[in-house]
Design a protein. Structure first.
Lengths: 305, 208
């Protein structure tokens, strides 16, 4: 178990200090395509930052995140034991790398100092038929985590801007107040599309775009939150096995990039580099849509043991 | 608007700022200006802002001089080596979370500059106009890059009480890069981008 512990410490180090190759590739493409001066300059700094962090083995971002583990455990291996090893590795990695201590007690408001606390790190485990243990780690930044939204369809969506006055009214859009625009989201993919655009518009540049967006559609509130975040673990190049969903992912990505929010929210043509959707069967009464955001620094990695 | 300010920034080049800032310094900057900050700045995020507004500590009870100062929305990683602080990483955090406090902080403590990411709202923009202060957007998530522009962690306040990310740290910076995205004349690049995006949203909500 000592070797597993050291493996997880190394995994922490790799994930905190480097970015997956597919994400870096997508950011390089965004840099090549960008025409807006400020967005291009921001992407240039992002790419330099990735290089500095990787060569110096330094954290990419000072927010080394909320550690989220997804483990696939072979039959017969104790889940409780794996959890203990992860916690042990977390405490050591926090000191050694170092990571920023991010676990704050919500009662006493004290920071535990070692990234270990109540339900912290977040650990999900499932049994696998395979012989080896697979440990996936996501270091999830707080800024982008805060941008996540859950919708219960049908819903009336509304956005407001202090400076925008809706000019005209029609069947789907109407200006309720001087500066609010509302739209209905029904229980279909069009409703889902409207929700995601609502979430990204509200996010603006607050969570370090270009984002990767995870979406889940289904019938249980906790399930969609879990699934939408888990989509952020998929590689950018990963194409959904269901062609209709794969097409829908592309459509939403194009829509998001048409919003003009851009890198760092300073305007530009790349607001997201990937959109990944998961679906789950739903109860007839429920239609949940959950949207998770990752900042450009989508830090994820895998250990096979 | 965006295009005009961009023209100005490219024409005038990069401005060097030295802390503390005077009111004239703040008034000399407009949206789109690129700046390099030199001198001492303090960090402050959620807890510091809540504390400053609710407890209203006297200026003399705060170990750092905030008059004309720059607050950096940042929760750094700092390692204590012997008796000195070593900076590991210090990029910006989302500024909007302290929107409810910032106007009061600018007014009470004479802050002339806010460094952060993502921009702030109308209340802060109004206070910047009223008292003479600017918002300085710095590279989102580029902690490794920005840390190289911070030469020392001089001191810390409320380190034990608030914890490492939430304490107020005094940092010495050299040519720390930022873009003015909100100025003391009521201009905001963030509002301009939002304006463009709400129009796009309206179109895309309307047409499948």
């Amino acid at each position: 178990m000592l070797k597993l512990r050291d493996g997880i410490i190394e995994l922490y180090k790799k994930v905190a200090t480097s970015i997956p190759s597919d994400v870096e590739e997508a950011l390089k493409n965004a840099y090549s395509n960008e025409t807006s001066y400020l967005a291009k300059e921001s992407l240039n700094i992002v790419l330099q930052n990735i290089k500095i962090a990787r060569t110096g083995l330094r954290p990419i971002c000072q927010d080394t995140g909320f550690p989220v583990f997804y483990a696939k455990v072979p039959k017969g291996l104790s889940h409780k034991l794996i959890k203990e090893v992860i916690i042990d590795a977390t405490q050591i990695a926090t000191k050694k790398i170092p990571l920023r201590p991010n676990a704050v007690d919500t009662v006493s408001e004290q920071n535990t100092g070692d990234n270990v606390g109540e339900h912290f790190p977040l650990i999900y485990m499932e049994e696998t038929e395979e012989q080896s243990l697979t440990v996936d780690l996501m270091l999830k930044g707080g800024g982008c985590e805060n941008l996540g939204q859950t919708y219960k369809l049908p819903a009336s969506l509304s956005v407001e801007s202090c400076s925008v006055i809706a000019k005209e009214e029609n069947l789907t859009l109407n200006a309720e107040r001087n500066n609010a625009i509302t739209v209905l989201a029904e229980r279909d993919f069009e409703g889902v599309r409207r929700c995601v655009l609502d979430a990204v518009f509200k996010a603006q540049g607050r969570g370090c775009p270009p984002y990767t967006i995870g979406i889940a559609i289904g019938g249980a509130k906790d399930q969609v939150a879990f699934l939408s975040k888990k989509q952020l673990m998929r590689r950018i190049s990963d194409i959904h096995s269901n062609a209709a969903i794969a097409e829908f992912e592309n459509k939403i990505l194009n829509n998001i990039n048409n919003l003009g929010i851009g890198t760092a929210g300073l305007g530009g043509i790349t607001t997201a580099i990937g959109v990944k959707i998961a679906t789950a069967h739903r109860h007839p009464a429920s239609y949940f849509v959950d949207v998770s955001f990752s900042c450009w620094a989508n830090r994820r990695g895998r250990l096979i043991w | 608007m965006v295009s005009e300010s961009r023209v100005r920034s490219q024409e005038s080049g990069v401005r060097r700022l030295n802390t503390p800032l005077s009111k004239e310094d703040a008034l000399s900057l407009i949206v789109g200006d690129m700046v390099l900050i030199n001198g001492l700045i303090v960090t402050g995020r959620d807890k510091v802002h809540k504390f400053l507004i609710h407890e209203m500590p006297d200026k003399k009870d705060i170990p750092f001089d905030l008059e004309g100062g720059i607050i950096y929305h940042c929760g750094p990683i700092i390692k204590k080596v012997d008796d000195a602080y070593k900076l590991i990483a210090a990029g910006p955090t989302t500024s909007m979370r302290v929107e409810m406090y910032e106007a009061g902080v600018i007014k009470a403590y004479g802050i002339r500059g806010i460094i952060g990411k993502g921009g702030m709202g109308e209340k802060t923009l109004q206070a910047m106009k009223e008292y003479g202060c600017v918002y300085l957007h710095t590279a989102s998530g580029a902690a490794a890059y920005l840390t190289d522009r911070i030469t020392a962690v001089t001191d810390g306040w409320k380190v034990e009480e608030f914890g490492m990310p939430e304490a107020m740290w005094l940092l010495k910076v050299e040519d720390f890069p930022a873009i003015v995205t909100m100025d003391a004349y009521g201009n905001s690049l963030h509002r301009d981008v939002e304006k463009i995006s709400i129009e796009k949203l309206r179109q895309m909500w309307q047409n499948e």
